[in-house]
Design a protein around this ligand. Structure first.
Ligand code: 2IT
Length: 447
């Protein structure tokens, strides 16, 4: 393959789809060498096939708000690649959702799901719907209207969506209720992230954050260092940041920053249990304001409007909110403030220039598709439990999650080890994820 040729072709076919093109290019540049050592890949045009989704559904979602006004949104499902299993990936409800965003997320999902070593294909979906400020009844009506269209295209052996930004346990409940009514079957494998008691898995809400910190712990240990006493800056205060804050605190680290779209809260003494619990209240309020933390804990959480978490001096920086949330300037500020490790927890949370700055400064950088894979891995464990009609205990799920994260970390090291002894985790994750998918595609013929 010649990356420039493939990218030129994709840019011509999909003009303006910036995030999708960015995600594809980031992968291609790291797998180019190994790909070109396998003429069978080139012959089967594996990469040309992998960069295009199998199919994309776009649909109108019409619903009625609390004032009785009719609202229209656009819904999508991108079924990207099913070489390893049924399509699997989250649903994102956010006003900026478009085809390009969901294609980038779906493309990342293929590699991430491959890294888990579970039988999971890659997909993503969502809608340009903004949950901020919506009532519970509005959310329910939206989820039902969304499912009127989606239900025919999902199912345990077909496509299994889950949550993502703007979609949590409550939304999955409403989506599942509508699915069950339309499909006329209680097919739990059709959605994951369900609540415990009707098909959900213990530890699924925590899994992305827990898994990320398990990965970070290995990055830290690799340097002969330890988590205890480390200052961690997290962006966001949703499910992912909540899980990460919980596990990091449990391991003796200190979460010194949390941020939101409105600004950053500095936490000089670190987060405590009460603050961690309050993150869930903030999330469920749908106000989307981190300032609420400072109002609730005066003196312990200091709010600065319009600033990001990266202005707070820390040892470990973990973007947990949205794509491209860390710029080159942010990376330089973190480096100047002595950051020692960076782990992307949000999908493509760092701009390419930020990653390049960390790598140039020899700061270990963990990429989202490896660091955040614990979420989807635990969705895979949820599907296993549903299929076997069993419920694992929280420690059982946590142990399996921890093992999966350790295995992912080891694969990243195996494929990412450089001649100078450092580890390029980005390259390691991309190659390890790609090889499993490519081998499955070869074995399944030209299709
Ligand atoms: O980005 C992700 O991996 C997710 N939003 C979770 C996907 C899933 O199917 O659990």
């Amino acid at each position: 393959m010649q990356v420039s040729k493939i990218m030129a072709n994709l840019e011509a076919k999909h003009p303006g789809e910036k995030e999708y093109l960015q995600a594809v290019e980031e992968v291609l540049v790291t797998i180019e060498d190994i790909y070109n050592q396998h003429p069978e890949f080139e012959k089967a045009k594996i990469i040309e096939r992998l960069v295009e989704p199998d199919r994309i559904f776009t649909f109108r979602v019409t619903w009625v708000d609390d004032k009785g006004e009719v609202q229209n949104n656009l819904g999508y499902r991108v079924q990207y690649n099913s070489a390893l299993g049924a399509y699997k990936g989250g649903l994102r409800f956010h006003p900026a959702v478009n085809v390009s965003m969901l294609k980038f997320l779906g493309f990342e999902q293929i590699f991430k799901n491959s890294l888990t070593n579970l039988p999971l294909g890659g997909g993503k979906g969502g809608a340009d719907f903004d949950p901020t400020g919506k009532s519970d009844a509005e959310i329910m009506r939206f989820c039902q209207a969304f499912m009127y269209e989606l239900w025919r295209n999902i199912g345990a052996d077909q496509d299994s969506p889950a949550g993502d930004v703007g979609v949590g346990g409550r939304e999955i409940g409403y989506l599942y209720g509508a699915y069950k009514k339309l499909a006329r079957e209680h097919s739990t494998g059709a959605l994951t992230g369900k609540s415990y008691g009707w098909g959900g898995s213990l530890i699924r809400p925590e899994a992305t954050g827990f898994g990320a910190i398990y990965y970070v712990e290995r990055m830290v240990k690799q340097k002969g260092d330890k988590m205890e006493g480390k200052r961690i800056a997290l962006s966001g205060f949703g499910n992912v940041a909540w899980g990460a804050a919980t596990k990091a605190t449990e391991l003796g680290a200190k979460v010194v920053a949390l941020s939101g779209p409105d600004g950053v809260c500095e936490l000089p003494e670190g987060v405590n249990k009460e603050m961690i619990d309050y993150m869930l209240v903030m999330r469920d309020s749908r106000r989307n304001k981190v300032q609420d933390m400072a109002d609730k804990f005066p003196g312990k959480a200091i709010f600065t409007p319009g600033k990001k978490a990266w202005m707070v001096k820390c040892d470990i920086a973990c973007p947990c909110a949205f794509q491209n949330e860390m710029s080159e300037a942010d990376a330089k500020e973190l480096i100047a403030n002595g950051v020692k490790y960076v782990a992307e927890v949000s999908n493509m949370g760092c701009q390419p220039e930020a990653i390049a700055a960390f790598q140039a400064a020899k700061i270990p950088f963990g990429p989202g598709k490896a660091v955040n894979a614990g979420g989807v891995a635990t969705s895979g464990l949820e599907i296993c439990q549903n299929a076997g009609h069993i419920n694992w205990t929280a420690p059982e799920v946590d142990q399996k999650l921890h093992k999966i994260m350790n295995d992912i970390y080891d694969m990243c090291v195996e494929y990412g080890k450089q001649a100078d002894g450092t580890i390029n985790y980005v390259k390691g994750a991309n190659i390890a994820g790609f090889m499993r998918v490519a081998k499955a595609m070869l074995a399944q013929g030209i299709i």
